[in-house]
Structures are given as C-alpha cells and as structure tokens.
Design a protein around this ligand. Structure first.
Ligand code: SAM
Ligand code: SF4
Length: 336
C-alpha cells in the first residue's frame, strides 16, 4: 500500500497520470430550493439513516487528506441546512495538510451563517445565483426569494470572505439575456463569477435540456460586447477556464462540461451524502465507502486502501448528451 507517512506526502494518481487533490464532499441531498435544472418537482430524499453522520464525514475527509487531498469543497443539496454543519467545518478546517476548505451554497442562510462559517475556518465561498430578477428567480428555484440570496452575498462580503465566487447556470431562452447583468453585478461588487453549462443529470420535467443548451463560447461572445476579457492563468483543474475582467478585480469563469472536454486535467473526485465515491461526474460508477465506514469504524488504513483502489478506476472522460439522460442521478444527489 502507498505510504502515508508525513515525511513522504501521499498522493492519489490515477491511471491517466492525473493527480487527484480535490474532494467535493456532499453533506446532504436535501435543499430548501428546487432549482428546475437540478431537481424534479417531486423529489424523494434519502432516509436520514442512509446519510453519513458528522463523524463518518470527518473520518472520510481525514482519510482523503492523509492521501493527498489538499482542497475540500462542501456541497449538497444545500450544505447550510445540514444540522451541526459548523462542527463539521471546524473539524475539517483543523485537518493538517488541508490547504483550502470551501463551500458552494445557494446563499439563503448566509445572512446568519456567514460569520459563524468564517469563525469556524471556512476559507472561501461559492454562491449560486442564476437571475437578478425577482420573479424569474422564483420561477427558476420554484420557491426562492432573491432578496435572501442578495442579503447572503452582502453578509459574506461584510464578514470579510475573500474571492467570493458567484455561480450561474445559463439556460438558453430563460436567463441568457442576463449574462451581462450578472457579470456586471459581480464586477460592481468585486466578486468573481462562473457561468456554467447545464448538464443532463437526472430526468427533469420543467424543460427539455436540449432546448436550453448554450455554450460557454456563446456566453463569452455576449460578455465581450461589454467587457474586455484578458487571459488568466488561474485554473482549478477540471472543466473551468478563467478570464480577468480588464480594469477590475473580478474574474469570469467558464465551466464547459458540455462544449469543451477538459477531462484530461481533472483533479477531483466526489463523495455523495450517503458515502458513495464518484470518480467522475458524468459516469454512474461509484464505490460504497459507507459500508467500510460503518463495518470498520475508525479503521482508516482500510478506508485509505479502498480509496487508493478506487482511484485506479477513475474514468478517462465523460460523454454527456443533452438529448439523452444517461445519468439518472440528479445534481443534488451528486454534490455539485
Ligand atoms: N445548493 C448549493 C448551490 O446551489 O449552490 C450547492 C449544491 S448545487 C448542486 C451546486 C452547483 O451545481 C450550483 O451552482 C448549481 O447551480 C449547479 N447545478 C445544479 N444542477 C446542475 C446541472 N444540471 N447542470 C449544471 N450545474 C448544475
Ligand atoms: Fe438546491 Fe443547489 Fe440544487 Fe438549487 S442547485 S435545488 S439550491 S441543490
């Protein structure tokens, strides 16, 4: 088995030579919103006993960090609805070897949670916002109140989170007329923003995904009518590319899982809230880590050896087809 001693840092390298150093950890599949592209209107969530406990999440995260994971992003579902999330944040933030602990949130609970999250050791936040129009935001999220998210973004800024990044999924014919407004909002507030292509994860009823596809290149063309976008060297690995907005502190990211396959630089794996290790967003294959966490609690060597074995099965790339839902798993179950 690979050495995990401190003198020789461990690393997870897959068969295609990619170093895996980034874990997206889903802490719940539940959410207070119902974004149309993410969930069906009627969703069945996992029974509570199938969800990993805080201790199990921490043990899994610890094993990953001991194996060379340097960045963890907490996600869901909505991570801020997980009870005792702050305890988990504190314990993960204290893990030796972890460089960055981040979270993706819909922002609704940030007005009260931003400060405690900062105090608990959260490094950075991504906040999702797909529209700046009250009615449209409500329609897109089915239940959401835009003012809560705007207050959440403000709160995160006020408590001093640096490099806050907004995430916007753009759907053609729905919110593609807001690309410039969303980017201007980010620039005016000194934030970064990423525009995300919609992925065909799960069977939804609100729209035909093939009809709402828009590429990052089309979004970038729109943006270039207003902004000068300069090359940026920033990358997080995986399917995102960044541009610096001239004369501003803001960067604009393009996450292009559909139009541009950057799988060759993928550096991440995901663990679902019930402890399934997903080696690729666009493949159904997964490994059940909960079984090991529950049958051998505290046996970190066994867990690590399973993770190392799993990395050997990381697929080379994904094949998404918007006309066809190959992946039955919804994004809230995946951990976006
Ligand atoms: N609830 C949190 C939020 O919305 O930020 C975290 C979880 S959410 C699943 C993470 C990200 O995935 C969000 O930015 C969301 O917009 C994005 N997302 C959800 N479903 C998607 C899909 N089918 N295609 C592309 N992005 C999606
Ligand atoms: Fe909830 Fe995030 Fe999915 Fe929207 S995208 S339904 S906020 S998990």
């Amino acid at each position: 088995m690979e050495s995990t001693s401190l003198s020789q840092p461990a690393s997870l390298i897959d068969p295609f030579g990619r170093s895996v150093n980034y874990l997206r950890l889903s802490v719940t599949d539940r959410c207070n919103l119902r974004c149309t592209y993410c969930m069906a209107e009627e969703m069945t969530f996992l029974p509570k006993q199938q969800i990993l406990s805080l201790e199990e999440l921490r043990d899994a995260a610890t094993a990953f960090v001991e194996l060379g994971i340097r960045k963890i992003r907490l996600t869901g579902g909505e991570p801020l609805i997980r009870r005792d999330i702050l305890k988990l944040v504190s314990s993960l933030a204290a893990l030796p070897g972890l460089d960055e602990l981040t979270m993706t949130t819909n922002g609704v609970y940030l007005p009260s949670m931003a400060q405690p999250l900062k105090d608990a050791g959260m490094s950075r936040l991504n906040i999702s916002i797909d529209s700046l129009k009250i009615e449209r935001f409500k329609q897109l999220t089915r239940v959401g109140d835009l003012s809560q998210v705007l207050d959440g973004i403000h709160a995160a800024n006020v408590v001093g989170f640096n490099k806050i990044k907004l995430n916007a999924v753009i759907l053609a014919g729905f919110n593609d007329d807001e690309v410039i407004d969303l980017a201007s909002f980010a620039v005016d507030n000194g934030l970064d923003i990423s525009f995300i292509e919609e992925m065909p994860l799960g069977e939804i009823s609100s729209h035909k995904r093939a009809a709402t596809q828009i590429t990052s290149a089309q979004i970038r063309d729109q943006l270039e009518s207003k902004f000068t976008l300069l090359d940026s060297t920033e990358t997080t690995g995986g399917p995102s590319r960044y541009r610096q907005v001239a004369n501003s502190d803001s960067k604009i990211g393009f996450i292009s899982p559909m139009s541009n396959n950057f799988c060759e630089s993928c550096n991440r794996v995901r663990m679902t809230a019930e402890g399934r290790l997903l080696l690729c967003l666009g493949n159904e294959h997964s490994l059940d880590l909960r079984e090991i966490l529950r049958s051998h609690p505290g046996d970190s060597e066994r867990l690590k050896s399973k993770i190392i074995q799993a990395i050997a099965d990381k697929p080379e790339r994904h094949y998404f087809d918007p006309d066809q839902v190959d992946i039955v798993r919804f994004m809230n179950m995946t951990g976006g």
